[in-house]
Design a protein around this ligand. Structure first.
Ligand code: FAD
Length: 396
């Protein structure tokens, strides 16, 4: 479609990153998918960092050519990367989710130690929220982050699961509960934990149906100690930090969904025009025509909704004022990715479920994670309706 919410600068940027990713990511995509080669992932992260693309969200440290870099450009980057390899793209999203609290809430020493290397692509970060008994309900975290005044350290105890980049990340942003103290109420606290801290371990990695090449596993903390200065923001105030991350994370996931949807649609269109059945191109059949039309309008709707959210964010609208639009971007684009990947497999018939015919089956497997990660579709719907029914309290 003519992406009319984007201006000429945004479109030129899209062409630039598309060419960059064709050069750096496309030749490594099969290695990432088929051999789950982390070194290949890291090499592309490094080149993205060196080119300045991991700084798009942080205008004060940005060094590139855009006059006003922002979420729109970070989302374009995600969309273009996900169109080639969604597993790889998750490392960009995770890098940004990690960089955001470091950039806004870390001490100068911690920023220097971890933020710069992540933005340069020299280091990788991870975000540790989810636990065995606390997923969608992040208010129920059982990991404890407690202050030991004797040693002037934060002490972390608990188990996190489904953590992207577990064991390969250099730094972990860990969210946990802090009990009430003399001068503070009970609340969530976030600390930065380096990979080599004593007491951190990585019990296991998961095998997923899709996103192959992105390492996801458990992270365990046994009396894991970090200096007092590794605190992010204020003690007991990490829910605010987490909330600040949600809007941009959801918009970026809109970009991920769009990338996957677009790639699937391209395969479906090609097949509908070249495959012959009953004496005609397959695409002439009414039921196939309908599938093409449905994919087409859903992708356009997802694109409009996603870039509406990014443009609002770049115009300074955030927090509650952006919650509904950001949740819509995540919901519509990730559901569209699943719809398109599923219909593409159907249009391809047997070819759709083999590895012989392009990436249809990979996109189908990859898409499935999108409606779960970064907040499920169900949670996104609660956020949307909560703005439409402001006087009702939702029964979660
Ligand atoms: C590949 C992958 C990578 C991930 N990376 C990270 C990461 O880097 N860091 C991190 O912290 N987490 C990560 N996660 C975790 C992810 O954020 C959670 O899986 C997600 O938030 C859902 O939590 P859950 O899996 O515990 O499911 P649950 O919360 O148990 O939900 C199960 C189902 O019930 C539904 N549900 C829950 N509550 C309600 C309700 N009140 N009403 C209706 N339906 C409800 C959910 O929508 C879902 O469909 C990752 C997950 C995956 C799969």
């Amino acid at each position: 479609m003519q992406d009319f919410l984007l201006d000429d600068t945004d479109r030129a940027f899209r062409s630039e990153v598309r060419a960059f990713l064709q050069r750096e990511l496309a030749p490594r995509a099969a290695d990432i998918e088929d051999r789950q080669n982390w070194d290949a992932v890291k090499a592309v992260v490094r080149s993205l960092g060196e080119a300045g693309y991991l700084r798009l969200m942080f205008a004060d440290v940005y060094k590139g050519t855009l006059a006003k870099p922002g979420l729109t450009h970070a989302t374009i980057l995600s969309e273009e990367a996900a169109a080639i390899n969604y597993a790889f793209e998750t490392t960009i999203a995770t890098a940004l989710s990690c960089a955001y609290p470091l950039h806004r809430h870390a001490s100068e020493r911690v920023r220097e130690a971890y933020l710069g290397p992540i933005l340069d692509g020299a280091a990788v970060g991870a975000i540790c929220v989810t636990e065995p008994d606390a997923g969608s309900d992040a208010s129920g975290l059982q990991t404890r982050v407690e202050f030991d005044a004797r040693t002037d350290e934060w002490v972390v105890n608990g188990l996190k699961r489904y953590i992207s980049n577990a064991s390969v990340a250099d730094v972990y942003i860990v969210y946990g509960a802090t009990p009430a103290g003399d001068d503070a109420k009970q609340g969530l606290t976030a600390v930065a934990v380096p990979k080599d801290a004593r007491g951190i371990s990585f019990p296991r990695n998961y095998t997923f149906m899709g996103r192959r090449g992105c390492i996801v596993g458990e992270v365990k903390f046994d009396d894991c100690r970090v200096p007092a200065g590794n605190l992010l923001g204020a003690r007991g105030d990490a829910f605010r930090i987490m909330r600040g991350m949600f809007n941009f994370e959801r918009a970026i996931l809109g970009g991920s969904g769009l990338g996957v949807a677009r790639s699937a649609f391209a395969i479906a269109r090609e097949h509908a025009q070249t495959r012959r059945a009953f004496g005609q191109a397959l695409g002439c059949k009414q039921l196939i025509w309908d599938k093409i039309a449905q994919m087409s309008w859903r992708i356009d709707a997802a694109e409009l909704i996603t870039y509406r959210a990014t443009k609002m964010y770049d115009a300074g609208i955030d927090g509650r004022a952006l919650m509904k639009e950001a949740a819509m971007a995540k919901l519509v684009a990730t559901e569209t990715a699943n719809f398109c990947a599923n219909e593409t497999v159907q249009i391809l018939g047997g070819d759709g479920i083999t590895k012989e015919y392009g990436r249809a089956e990979q996109l189908y497997r990859d898409a499935r994670a999108l409606t779960i990660v970064g907040g499920t579709s169900e949670m996104a719907k609660y956020l949307i309706a909560s703005r439409d029914l402001p006087d009702l309290k939702i029964n979660l």
